[in-house]
Design a protein around this ligand. Structure first.
Ligand code: RP5
Ligand code: MG
Ligand code: MG
Length: 285
């Protein structure tokens, strides 16, 4: 497997001046000795007051124990898709993909896995006049498009995914986040919200799982990391999802149907997830 790279981005976080301790490729795995390793400790101050965040178990020894590799009483899932993770001598979970140069949670709320869900909504690119599928001349394959959002935090194009709320089903997260980020459902009135939710509900009934596991996210640290379930919702005939009115909402500042090819530059490891949709659909890459 490839070593994580976005999780070693030299400067951590937006508008931050936190530098990661440099970790060369060969020193990423915990199994490789690295005696000089002194990761920078960083914990975003906003986590102290955030309702979604865990207590600071490193500095507050009186904090209640968290059920690592299990599920907390409040139904918070701390199980990793990557298998059992280890804890360091201070009881902090260790990133299953190795060193990142940052110790602590950084700006992630949870110690260990932070679970997200990513809806990859696709359609075929079509000629606006004839409606025929557009075929790439070099590969001879039809071009697939997906709904991409521009993230407000780092200004990178991404899948409109988001965090799984405590006790929430992943299938619900996929619909909710797509509604919030790509259809701007949070700004609609109660009737508008219900109408949008019903549309998404109907269109999201035939998802195909593409990926479950670690995300190479720039927010990852040695003790907290992103994981996701990426699911493909495809509109083969171009008369369902393909016709949705897109409006960027919540923390997204742009939204569009993006042509998919190997040259796409996307947030975190989203490139790798989109490639799986391409393989599934036999599209141009
Ligand atoms: C990525 O961060 C996941 O793949 C998902 O797209 C996203 C979830 O975090 P937020 O969008 O809520 O910041 O790692
Ligand atoms: Mg969101
Ligand atoms: Mg999001």
């Amino acid at each position: 497997a490839q070593v994580h790279t976005k999780a070693r981005t030299p400067v951590y976080g937006k508008g931050q001046t936190v530098n990661r301790f440099p970790v060369p490729d060969d020193k990423v795995p915990w199994s490789v000795a690295f005696p000089e390793y002194k990761p920078t400790y960083f914990e975003d101050a906003k986590l102290k007051k955030a309702s979604y965040a865990d207590p600071d178990i490193l500095n507050n020894k009186a904090a209640p124990a968290l059920k690592f590799n299990g599920t907390d009483a409040g139904e918070l899932n701390r199980v990793s898709h990557e298998g059992r993770y280890s804890l360091d001598p201070d009881g902090l979970p260790l990133n299953p993909r190795g060193r990142t140069g940052i110790r602590g949670r950084g700006c992630l709320g949870r110690w260990g896995p932070n679970h997200a869900a990513d809806p990859i909504v696709t359609r075929w690119k079509r000629d606006p006049k004839t409606g025929a599928k557009v075929v790439d001349p070099a590969s001879g394959r039809p071009v697939l498009q997906f709904v991409s959002i521009l993230r407000g935090d780092v200004k990178e194009w991404a899948i409109p995914g988001g965090m799984v709320d405590c006790g929430e089903e992943v299938s619900a997260t996929l619909k909710r986040e797509f509604g919030e980020e790509a259809l701007d459902s949070t700004m609609a009135d109660a009737a508008g919200k219900a109408a949008l939710a019903a549309k998404v509900e109907a269109a999201f009934n035939h998802g195909v799982d593409l990926y479950k596991g670690y995300v190479d996210d720039p927010r990852n640290t040695d003790n907290a990391w992103m994981e996701t379930v990426a699911v493909n919702f495809h509109d083969e005939d171009g008369d369902g999802l393909a016709m949705f009115q897109l409006h960027a909402g919540d923390d997204a500042i742009g939204v569009c149907w993006k042509d998919i090819s190997r040259d796409l530059k996307l947030y975190a490891s989203h490139h790798q997830f989109v490639e799986k949709a391409v393989q599934l659909r036999g599209a141009h890459w």
